[in-house]
Design a protein around this ligand. Structure first.
Ligand code: NAD
Length: 393
């Protein structure tokens, strides 16, 4: 089992990881929970096979209550958080309770917010089971859920006491989801650590035959990209806003598709749109655009018709208008704050020294049209019902 300390909101949090190390991880978790009256294990039904040995091992040391979630963006809500904390109290939770979030980014966010709210904050442990969770979302203290108006509009900051991952858990993630789930890694490479591009490509190439080695490499890339920013801007309100690259359009697509477009796939499309906008505003050259297509191309996105191509333009505009980066800098109602690039690894600095630029929504929508038009499939529809879940990933 390997161990690295991750600086999260000024605290050094152990990240324990390895391949086939569940037993050791459970031992470390049991040590942490030695002073707890209850471990509330919040887990995703899809990872029951991985959660069962964790629950069994922990139950030898401490009382365990299991709360199972059906993961999905539409269920990432305050009402689910309320169900979790109500359940915890019914189970006799106290301030010594430890909330363990085992699953992807969705479970991490709802359980993370529940841990932040229960008794105004109890200990939290992340056991990530997807690439987005293991390589990205657990390396953040942001815990948010969606409101009816948009993504991640309601939440708090809560620091985990421990992060632990048996990379074996990730090997049951379907291949399509695994690849698009690496979009956050592609983002890190394009926006922050372009020198790790070949390492990313190598890891992608090894994923099928040598998953363990590839996943270890990917974890390194994720941690190395984020570590300096997490130290200098732990709440991701200044320079670490760079990690929002691709998220303006990405969040809108994910939200309007009601989860039909998974987070990683949405961020991948969002980066292509952000690159077009950066180019249209004279920041990013043709080389930068080509690099985006090349790196994102490795993620094997479904065709645009099964992605953003069928979504309702007006709903996308409405969600852009409520983007959760609004308020960091002055922005007119018909503009949206975006992270833009001058070149790989070089962000455009806007007002207040932030890596955000107000961009007219019309320009963002036109860039989406270009991205969708450049990919096979129908063009955007002007109005109509939201696309149902496509099962594209
Ligand atoms: N800073 C942050 O807090 C942060 C950062 C990045 C993403 N996120 C959030 O994370 C979410 C996306 O993360 P995600 O892709 O992990 O989503 P997710 O948790 O919804 O998981 C995606 C799918 O994979 C399934 N799954 C999970 N683990 C599995 C496994 N080991 N084997 C098979 N299937 C498995 C789930 O049931 C689900 O269907 C979004 O809600 C996003 O907003 C948060």
């Amino acid at each position: 089992m390997l161990r690295q300390e991750v600086s999260l909101d000024g605290k050094d949090v152990p990240y324990l990881y390895g391949v086939d190390v569940t037993e050791e991880l459970v031992g470390a978790l049991a040590d942490l929970a030695a002073t707890a009256d209850l471990v509330l294990l919040v887990t995703d039904r899809a990872v029951a096979v991985h959660a069962e040995p964790v629950a069994r091992g922990l139950a030898e040391a401490v009382r365990v209550a299991l709360f199972t979630v059906d993961a999905g963006e539409q269920r990432k809500t305050l009402s689910l958080v309320e169900d979790i904390v109500e359940f915890a109290v019914r189970q006799g939770a106290s301030r010594s309770t430890v909330v363990v979030a085992m699953g992807g980014g969705m479970v991490g966010n709802v359980a993370g917010l529940a841990a932040g709210l229960l008794f105004r904050g109890v200990r939290l442990v992340h056991l990530p089971t997807t690439p987005i969770a293991a390589f990205d979302s657990v390396l953040s203290v942001k815990q948010a859920v969606n409101l009816s108006g948009g993504k991640n509009l309601c939440g708090t900051y809560h620091v985990p006491s421990l992060i632990a991952c048996d990379l074996r858990w990730l090997t049951s993630v379907p291949r399509g989801l695994m690849l698009t789930g690496l979009a956050e890694m592609a983002k890190n490479v394009l926006a922050v650590v372009p020198d790790r591009r070949h390492a990313l490509e190598q890891a992608l190439g090894r994923l099928a035959d040598e998953p363990a080695a590839a996943l270890l490499e990917l974890l390194d890339i994720g941690r190395d990209a984020k570590a300096p920013y997490l130290r200098s801007d732990p709440r991701e309100r200044r320079e670490a806003l760079v990690f929002e690259y691709g998220h303006t359009m990405g969040h809108a697509l994910e939200f309007v598709s009601r989860g039909g477009i998974g987070h990683g796939e949405a961020i991948a499309w969002g980066m292509l749109v952000a690159a077009e906008v950066s180019h249209d505003l004279g920041h990013l050259g043709h080389d930068g655009l080509a690099l985006h297509r090349q790196v994102v191309g490795r993620l094997r996105l479904p065709p645009a018709a099964a992605g953003p191509g069928g979504l309702d333009r007006e709903r996308i505009r409405a969600v852009l208008a409520r983007d959760n980066k609004r308020g960091y800098l002055p922005c007119a109602p018909d503009e949206v704050p975006m992270v833009l690039l001058e070149s790989a690894g070089r962000v455009v600095t806007g007002d207040r020294g932030l890596p955000l630029v107000p961009v007219p929504v019309d320009l963002v929508m036109s860039a989406l049209g270009t991205v969708v038009g450049a990919a096979p499939g129908p063009t955007l529809v002007e109005a109509g019902p939201a696309r149902e879940r496509l099962g594209a990933v």
